[in-house]
Every structure is written in C-alpha cells, then in structure tokens.
Design a protein around this ligand. Sequence first.
Ligand SMILES: C[S@@+](CC[C@H](N)C(=O)[O-])C[C@H]1O[C@@H](n2cnc3c(N)ncnc32)[C@H](O)[C@@H]1O
Length: 245
Amino acid sequence: MAFGPEVYATKAKTDVDVLYSFYSTVVRMKTDLAEIQRSQPTPFPPYQVALDDARLLSLLYQQEQIGIVITSPPYPNEKDYTRTTRLETVLLGYLKSKSDLRQLKEGLLRSNTRNVFVKDDDDRYVADIASVQAVAREIEAKRIELGKTSGFEQLYHRVTTLYFGGMYRHFASLMPHLRPGARCAYVVGDQQSFFRVHIATAQLLADVALKAGFKVEGIETWRNRFASATQRHIEENVLILRKPE
Ligand SMILES: C[S@@+](CC[C@H](N)C(=O)[O-])C[C@H]1O[C@@H](n2cnc3c(N)ncnc32)[C@H](O)[C@@H]1O
C-alpha cells in the first residue's frame, strides 16, 4: 500500500514482513492501553461515545456545558476518510449497500471532492469571509490557467468553501454547549492538494471561528515539514479558541 493523496495499492514487495509489522503495532497499542490503565487513578471519569455529525452535535443537548474541547477535524485535502477504513467498515457489517455509504458520506464534513453532493450548501456560511473566498478564487483561477477540466478538478474551489462553511456550522453548534471562558484546541494542517495552492487552514479557520463568536487565543506550530515540490514549509498547527466570558 502507498499513500498520496489517498491509500492505494502499489507494486507488491517481497521483502516486507507485513504480518509482523501488523502484529507489533497491535501489541504496541495493547501495551499503551495497559500502561494507561496502570498509571491512571481509577475509577476512570465517566465517558460517552456518540455517533453524530460534528456540524450538528445534537447529542450534546442532554449534557452539561463543556469546559475543554481537544480535537483534530479533517483538513481540506483529497483524503476520503470512508476509503481509509472501507475494508473494516464492510467486514464489520457497518455498510451493506451503496446507499449506506452515501448516508455515511453525507454526515461527513466536506473535505474532499469524493464527498461533494449537488445539494450541498455549507458554503453559504462563509460567503462573507474574504480570506476563504480569496483562496477559493485562487484555486479556480489556477485550474483555468492550467487548463484542467476533470469533474474533480472543477470541484476543488467548491470543496474548499464547503469545508470552511461546514466548520462554521460546527463552531456555531458547539458554542451554546460551552461554558463561558471554555477553551478549544483544533489540530489542523496547511494544505496544497488543489493545484498546489497554499491553504493556511488554521488561519482561515480562525476567521471562521471569529464569525461564530469565538475569541482566537493563538495559533501554535505543532509540526513542520518542508514540501520539496513547492519549496515551502507546510505547517500543522493548533488553533486555540476561547468562548468569551
Ligand atoms: C484528521 S482526522 C482525526 C482523527 C482523530 N481525531 C485523530 O486525532 O487521530 C479527522 C476525522 O474526522 C472525521 N469526520 C469527518 N467529518 C466528520 C463529521 N461531520 N462529524 C464527525 N467526525 C467527522 C473523519 O472521519 C476523521 O476520522
């Protein structure tokens, strides 16, 4: 298997011990879990797992207000999360038909052209955010300049505005469930999957969060990698937000 921009099958290798690699990863996960159980005071704090759309957060209505959010949402790139886990999803019986898959995709944030649908309109929430509109225009101008005409390429600028609009819906849905002064940390990476146009995800999300009523406390660098193709640093950041008191 290889990755770029999605998981795909590549030429078979004969000198890799796949089963051992799989086994040692599973053992490491098991050891980590055992270590956490040993080192944490028991009983564990109560927890809940919820199946929900982050743009709705409907399950939070029965809960107490939240003081801290730590998360990593999708980034606007060409990664289709339903593909990375397709095998397990089918083998474990979570998906039985094409319409099940479509339903799953419809509940996901639009972050890749494989899950854009004709009726999508999350982009309307960022129609008034100049920074987001500017990057979408730059992507579309680049497509025209390069003479790219495939269906997916024509959606690149649209998926960008749908992404930031979906994140606006998430921020706006989250706001009433937060305590005054609550803090949120979002790990997001810069992207350049769309004709190498640079998308400064954390900066743009900060503008989106401001519109939803958050204070932006800062953007911290989490990781940095140098992209040789474009000769620039691609950052992964933590965007820190606060609900006003
Ligand atoms: C960057 S990954 C982070 C995964 C995990 N939080 C971590 O840190 O390893 C983003 C995840 O968000 C999920 N996702 C996408 N849209 C979503 C939505 N509308 N509601 C909830 N989760 C969503 C994707 O399936 C993916 O697993």
